[in-house]
Every structure is written in C-alpha cells, then in structure tokens.
Design a protein around this ligand. Sequence first.
Ligand code: GLN
Length: 488
Amino acid sequence: MAGLSSLTLSEMRAGLDRGSFTSLDLTRACLENAERFKDLNAFITLCPETALSQAAEKDALLAKGDRSPLLGIPLAIKDLILTKGVTTTAGSKILNNFIPPYDATVTTLLKQAGAVIIGKTNLDEFGMGSSNENSAFGPVKNPWDTARVPGGSSGGSAVAVAAGIVPVALGTDTGGSIRQPASFCSIVGIRPTYGRVSRYGVVAYASSLDQVGTFARTVRDAASILTIISGLDRHDSTSVNLPVPNYEACLGQEIEGLRIGIPKEFFIKGTNPEVEQSVRAGIAHLTTLGAVTVEVSLPALEYALACYYIIAPAEASSNLSRYDGVRYGNRASNPEDLDDLYSRSRSEGFGKEVKRRILIGSHVLSTGYYDAYYLHAQKVRSLIAQDFKRVFEQCDIIACPVAPTTAFKIGEKTSDPLEMYLSDIFTIPVNLAGLPGMSLPCGFDGQHLPIGMQLIGKPFDEGTLLKVGHAFESTTDWHKQTAKVFAE
Ligand code: GLN
C-alpha cells in the first residue's frame, strides 16, 4: 500500500487538522513515492529540499492555528506553469535551463493557500501532444499498464495523481490535455471555462484555447482546488470578473430533473464499443439518480478537429516566435550572424512535433492562405460555439466519451500524426467553444484499462459539472479502483 501520500486531499486536510500526522510526514511520503515510481517518469523536476523546508514551515503555522485551505498539503504542478526559482522547461530542450524569475498566478494562489509544491510534472513539449511521447524528457508511463501512454499533454500530472504520489496536480488543457489523460488514468480532471482561471505565467501554446485546471482522485478535491485557483487576475485580460463560488458547496445537491444532452455526433463509428458502452451505462446511471436525457445535435462538430488543427498551430507559431536564443532558452554556440543564431537555436531546441506545428501555423497564416485556412477556421469556430449555445437551451449539461479509445501502447501512434490528432476528437470542441469540461472515471475495458465519461457545461457553470460528478462518484465505485503500481 502506498501509505500517506495516497490519501485524498480532504483526508490529508482532516488528518493535518486533527494532528494525526504533520505536513513533513505527508511531504516525505509523497517524495518517497515519487522516488519509488521514478520509472513512470511523471516528474521533470523534484524539489525535495525546498518541499521539506516548506513543510516544516507549514507545520509551525498549523501549530499556531492557521487554517489556510491547503496549509501543509503537498501537490505537483505541470512544467508548463511558471514557478519562481524552480526550472520550468515546458517539456522542451529549448527551455531546459530556464529558471523563471516570477510565479504564475495559479502558483501564487496555491502558495498563498499554504500548499507545498513537491515538483514539476512531465508533459508533451509546449503541451503539443496526446500521449506525452513528445516530451524532451522522455515518455511517461501509464500506471495501469506501463507499456501504455498516460495520455497527454499533462500526462505527468495525471500519473502523479493516479499513482498516489500526490493527491492533486495542476494541468493545462488546450484541446483535451487534462480530460484525456484523466480518462486514460481513471482520475478526475476538470478544465474550467476559458477566462475562469488566470493564464498569467503559463507558457503560451494557443492563447485563445489554453486554460489551467486540475487533476484529483475525487470530485471534492477537484472542487476545492478549483475554488482556490479561479478568479479575475489583472495580469490576464482574458480572465473574467465573475464571483467565484465555493465549489465544494455545490456538492451533495440533488440532480433530480437535470437535463443531460446526448449529442449524436459524439457517438460515432470508430469509437471503441467498450468505451461507448461504459459511457452509455454511466449516463443511464445518472438517470437512476433523477436526471433525464435529451437527444441533441451539434452539426458543426464534424469540422472541429480540422478547425482546431488550424487555429492551434497558427497561435502556436506566433507564440513560439519568442524563443529566439537571445533573451532566454537555448542559445546556439558560435553563431555566424543573427540569422544563424535564430535558426540554429530553434532547430536545436524544438522537437519534431513542435516544428511541425510551427510549419503548419506559419503556412495557414501566410499571405494568400490566411483567408482560405485561418479565417475560415475562425468562422467554423463560431458555428461550433453557436451549436453549443443552441443545445444548452435544451439541456443543462452534455455527456459523452472523453476519447474514442482507452490508453494506447507507447509508440503505437507516433509515426502517424493524424491518428494521434484523432485522440482529441471529443475534447477539442469544448476548447473551441471556451466551455468547461470534466472527465470522470466510468468503467474499464476488457484489458482493465480505464474509461472516462466527459461532462460539458455551460460557460462558468463548473458548479453543475461538479455537482453531477459528485452525485455519480458517490453512487459508483469506479474511482475507488487504483492503478496496478499504486496498489502494489
Ligand atoms: N492533443 C492536443 C494537441 O496536441 C491538445 C493538447 C493540449 O490540450 N495541450 O494540441
């Protein structure tokens, strides 16, 4: 049994407050487990010394009666999110020596709430990928079957939680990077509405799609982290000035009469039948709790994948132009001239998939192609958003699969980018429309690989997602099963 580090956040909170153990005990246990499961490659950087000294400080505060919500709780942060003084690589060689001079707003909020950050988790380079195989620091292994991928791009955060190394971890989701790995690893993952959480200090991939969210082993833990990281930030003009509910207070409410939209476009040929069956069974379970289902249709969804793979690379090609070898990051040695410095610093620093995205992005934005691709994709994006808006007049949430398959084998899709992009078919529409989405454990396939159910909400209605998620979780056992390595 994995011990203290495998407790949930609420169990840790209760134990710390009761004095059953200290933050130092918890932090040591988490670091020991990180070491024990080193082969999973979930972390790029571990910070044992700072974590232990922070834990000791938190214990002193606890003794003084301080009751900050995360006081003394160890957790992990995706290495795409800046942490002052701690290397932040974005999973890329181009930033392998980058030590940020400031914290991302979400990092600050976690620290202010009293968290102990034990390390930075592995990811696909700059968040570009669906399997974590595009990391300059090696692939991450799925704790349910170490020959398989954990999903991506936030694979390290998902595995850190699924393997019982930390109770919660932050991720980012541009096209599914929280929900898909949560589904592959049988944990809870929530991507909030665009604008709900500040993106300040988060390495930009596709700025109109990026959003920070969290992984947890229970809906309650996800709700408590979301309450802490949400809200307006004057450093991010896209963050929204709306009151932040106490999301934990949404849990435990009835779902009687709640209307669940079932979009036929999300139940298509090509989806693994076991995935479809489990998701349908999950929806049927929600109806036994009083929810009702409504058939809905989102016709523009057919174009979502194509639309995303124009917009995301376009924004990426622009965002990534800052890595020039001059101000920070990899700098080529002995450049002949400025052009040589730029091109060699970038060629050496970026991996294959990132280069592919920069090429696609530059192409779709170039004169003559802008109208045909980028502008067109933006129009399609509006149609997709309108479809959701219309459908949300008929229902309160949408339920569907997270991904068409369960976790695939490491190496299985690396030679075919299109195959890999198809993993995102059910997650990217949510990002294009800027909506909140959640992944919940809802079953296993014949090989005992996890299956996730996706719940999609109205803008800024994370509370309903969490309420439904909690109702589901409290009456099912899927989330109680733990990954093979975790149980050893
Ligand atoms: N897999 C998608 C991509 O490669 C989404 C990644 C993400 O959400 N960061 O773009």
